[in-house]
Design a protein around this ligand. Sequence first.
Ligand code: GUN
Ligand code: ZN
Length: 438
Amino acid sequence: MDAYRAEIIYCTNDPSKFGESSICHFEDGLLVVNSSGEIVACGEAKTLLKEWGGNCSYNEYKNHLIVPGFIDSHIHFPQTEMLAAHGEQLLSWLENYTYPVEENFCDKSYSLKIANIFLTELLKNGTTSAVVFGSVHKESVDALFELSYEKNMRIIAGKALMDRNVPFGVRENTLDGFIKSKELIDQWHNKGRLSYAVTPRFAASSSYEQLDGCKKLLNDYPDLYLQTHLSENHEEIDFVKKTYPTFQNYLSIYDEFDFLGRPSIFAHCIHLEKKEWDLMSNSKAAISHCPTSNLFLGSGLFDMKKSRSFDIPVSLGTDIGAGTSFSMMQTFSEAYKIQQLQGTSLNGFDGLYLMTLAGAKAINLDHRIGTLEAGTEADFVILNYNSTPYMEFRNSKCDTIHDRLFSLLMLGDDRAVSETYIMGKKKFDQSNCNDTYL
Ligand code: GUN
Ligand code: ZN
């Protein structure tokens, strides 16, 4: 048994709905993890030490905060090498930068090399679970799953499906897309902590037949996830409407193929029409809000207040490589600013929720991850309040958990992540990290 003593905070529900009763906070807390990687207790250190102190290896952290591992609900692994590609909005960014880079992932060894960098960056940033797009090539997802399995991370991923309106290097025959997806599902879905997500990239790059194939896969394997993009950019919406001219709106295309009746993740959802908001609110689907991407590509401002009024679950995605940081703290920081521009003010508890439990709820895994409750999987992060001289100075001025947590999430980045644990095993330790990627 291992015990970790520090300040601890996690959510048991959405604080924007249920207020502070959704927050478990222990200023002097203890987290106890058993050898199977499960949390056996989490609470006040002084109380728990009486029960567990004798039979645990004991680790104490001053000026640190233990939180659940972060969950990134939308990220593209083959875009690891192309963050900060200059000057374009979505469609020309895809044409000029993204598709050419993704062509390289037909090669398994290249995919393995980038998957290693990708997963290392996730762990360095305190991200223990992610919902991931691969490229169109089966090799890319094989590589990602292979390394995620070795690291025992909870990764949900799928190969992108694209059979039209994209260059030949990233286009596939409709039937091949279906067969390769099925092979990946049979090999990886529910293996260890891995799950498969059927991944039509966006309606414009899939034929009617391809989306119909997705529907068949989802019917054949009821516990699969679905991930795609929705309503990100005005030009994109026009393009989608031209490719599916008989449909009322963008989301009604996905609805036609039953994508809304399961825990599907729709990235962006910035420019939804009234009918689309209604459709979403009557579904089981969730939105992944990707603030750094939306600002970087100039896509628009996501309306959190509206999504809350429709009671639609929202979590956060980095959307690497349109997003500009692997850090979920930096991602929340930009989410805060986007809502400020629209008169909504998120607090630190909202941030913590969006980065952890909201992601777990989006994929129906909130009984396992996104929390530190006893009986759940011990994916957690130890954050350093004093990771830079300025952070130390700022933290010295904080008197409340509200101020301490909010300033940490706003100003923090990978430097604030001291250690990252997967099922109770330390997978990242800043004090002996000397990774180089070249
Ligand atoms: N829409 C279709 N593909 C993509 C992608 O790779 N990134 C983003 N941000 N939007 C998309
Ligand atoms: Zn995306």
